[in-house]
Design a protein around this ligand. Structure first.
Ligand code: HEC
Length: 165
């Protein structure tokens, strides 16, 4: 019954592709919000938050990933409703802790630095995966000395760099 196996395989492949697509959206929306805030565009950041809040359910994700995904969507909603740019920057970096939580829970290997289109993407991938290597690559590319900070402090730095608090 090879066709049955082929069918299962296809469904799994399909689910995987949808997951990757949603991930590409997440990554894209994360950068869209970041770039909007860099331009001083609160509405652009809110719109990216709104897109993160309203995704369809993801096929093929294990049950334990469900609450984390819901949390991410709630954080997207909070970003959508952020009243000031400083508030939006805080909501955005908070969200990266949720990205990391799921990536760790599901043991997703962190991407190598080559998927970063810009050097600033590296520090964001660093916090989204809580990956020391990506963070160090990013900090180095931005010309700063290496640090020994914890992830909350690093997120605080990112938020403050994005919008002075
Ligand atoms: C509910 C779980 C979950 C959450 C939350 C989550 N991810 Fe992911 N992420 C995954 C999974 C699963 C993969 C691996 C995709 C695959 O190959 O199946 C992944 C992979 C990725 C990748 C690598 C894609 C590639 O091209 O290799 C990036 C980048 C990424 N996620 C960014 C993010 C960002 C940014 C956030 C937060 C805004 C986020 N993710 C939140 C589950 C999650």
């Amino acid at each position: 019954m090879w066709w049955l196996l082929a069918g299962c395989w296809n469904i799994q492949e399909e689910a995987r592709h949808r997951r990757v697509w949603e991930m590409i959206d997440h990554e894209h929306d994360l950068y869209a919000a970041r770039d909007a805030l860099t331009r001083g565009d609160l509405e652009g950041a809110q719109a990216a938050g709104g897109r993160m809040a309203e995704k369809d359910p993801l096929p093929g994700l294990p049950n334990e990933a469900g609450p984390v995904l819901r949390q991410l969507r709630e954080q997207g909603e909070a970003l959508e409703k952020a009243a000031t740019r400083a508030d939006a920057a805080d909501r955005l970096v908070e969200m990266t802790a949720t990205c990391a939580q799921c990536h760790h829970a599901m043991k997703i290997p962190s991407p190598d630095g080559s998927i970063a289109k810009r050097t600033t993407d590296l520090v964001w991938l660093g916090v989204a995966f809580e990956d020391e290597r990506l963070w160090a690559l990013g900090v180095n590319a931005l010309g700063s000395p290496p640090d020994q900070l914890g992830w909350p402090e690093r997120r605080g730095q990112l938020a403050a760099a994005l919008v002075p608090h």
